[in-house]
Design a protein around this ligand. Structure first.
Ligand SMILES: C=C(O[C@@H]1C=C(C(=O)O)C=C[C@H]1O)C(=O)O
Length: 385
């Protein structure tokens, strides 16, 4: 089956991971490994794969210590193919029904207030950066149209990582992440951290101006440097060489501009697996903050929800230790007839609370577009139509 065929075959409960290089569709559970100790879990996965061969696919939560377990599955069937694009162009866009209701959690003014508090607390608690998120709860009259949204996400994204993974309790994590937490292929390790954001615009001049403003924004460069330093520091002990470009590059998704740095290393110990690297890196300051413990504490105090699998990682690892893990952002966690979408942004001393609200709104456009919704209509957290 070609990649477009795999995308067409995806149904809720499967694992799908579609990137510019390959498309992976796995189905069924031959063996399940869950736990809240991610380092022990990586070793258990290695042991299972040494015995069975093949691959394990799944999710790491934002914070396993809070009780949300990592979940890896050795599937019953695995299909891989090349990139979904351009073949996926033969699929027709799926119609996603209009939601029955949309509710913002928290209400937008409260997110602005939380950002304002965070800016003050950065100084009080000696934090360099913290990432605050908000959510949109979407209800459907019927079943949540997960497979349709996932297929539309693949159609929308030639680059990045479109993913869908089964969660405990029959829930599904689905999204299109622009951010590679880490990949490992043989001895080569790649991480592509992103921080610093501006919205894309349908108007070409505004779009270019936004990109240029981002490249020249001191606040965004600080946010970005804090991230690349942390990623380089976490990867350093695993690598004999590590190339960290001095300047970030502009990266684009259909909805956003970001600053990104591609970090490339050579593994010191070839036994280190992609999952071990992902566990060592997570949580990066792209989704949490620096220092990690106090950033996590502040996030827990200011966000009115448990992040669950948002801001975790989604990916796969094989019996050779190769694998690829995306940061679980631009995503939604779907239940039977509802889903919760998440979007966050990095806060540093110079952050403007209103601009941070606008940034999360722009990030929601990724999911909104795949749902056939006008992103602006979603922002007020009311009925969309
Ligand atoms: C936290 C999210 O995105 C992250 C935060 C970014 C930022 O603050 O500029 C940019 C890319 C991502 O690393 C999200 O999309 O929810």
């Amino acid at each position: 089956m070609d990649a477009a065929g795999l995308v067409e075959h995806y149904r809720r409960g499967d694992f799908l991971f579609a990137t510019a290089h390959r498309t992976i569709l796995t189905r069924g559970v031959a063996h399940e490994i869950t736990g809240t100790d991610e380092h022990a879990l990586a070793d258990r996965v290695s042991a299972a794969l040494a015995e069975r061969g093949g691959i394990a696919t799944g999710v790491l939560p934002y914070d396993a210590a809070s009780g949300t377990p990592a979940r890896l599955v050795v599937p019953q069937t695995t299909h891989t193919a090349g990139p979904a694009h351009p073949d996926v162009g033969r699929l027709t866009r799926e119609h996603v029904g209009v939601p029955a209701a949309v509710r913002a959690v928290p209400e937008p003014p409260n997110h602005v207030g939380a950002v304002r508090t965070a800016v003050t607390e950065l100084a009080v608690r000696d934090l360099r950066k913290v990432v605050l998120a908000r959510a949109l709860d979407v209800e459907f009259a019927d079943e949540a149209p997960v497979a349709a949204i996932v297929r539309n996400l693949v159609l929308d994204h030639r680059h990045g990582h479109v993913y869908a993974a089964d969660l405990p309790g029959g829930r599904t994590l689905l999204g299109a992440s622009p951010e590679l937490l880490v990949s490992r292929r043989g001895g080569r390790v790649v991480a592509h951290p992103l921080a610093g954001s501006m919205p894309r615009s349908a108007d070409a001049a505004t779009d270019t101006a936004n990109a240029e403003a981002l490249l020249g924004s001191k606040k965004d460069l600080i946010e970005h440097t804090i991230l690349t330093e942390a990623v380089a520091e976490a990867l350093g002990p695993f690598c004999r060489t590590l190339d960290v470009p001095a300047e970030p590059a502009l990266e684009r998704t259909p909805a956003m501009w970001h600053l990104g740095t591609r970090i490339i290393g050579e593994l010191a110990d070839p036994a280190t697996t992609a999952l071990q690297l992902a566990s060592a890196l997570h949580p990066t300051p792209a989704i949490c903050g620096t220092p990690v413990a106090s950033a996590r504490q502040l996030i827990g105090e200011l966000e009115p929800f448990d992040r669950g699998y948002y801001a975790g990682a989604t990916g796969w690892v094989d019996s050779e230790g190769d694998g690829e893990w995306a940061v679980s952002i631009r995503c939604a966690d779907a239940g039977a007839a509802s889903l919760r979408m998440y979007a966050g942004g990095g806060i540093v001393a110079d952050s403007d609370p209103q601009a941070e609200l606008a940034e999360t709104s722009a990030k929601f456009a990724t999911l909104a577009h795949a749902m056939g919704l006008d992103p602006d209509a979603l922002q007020h957290g009311s009925r969309p139509r």
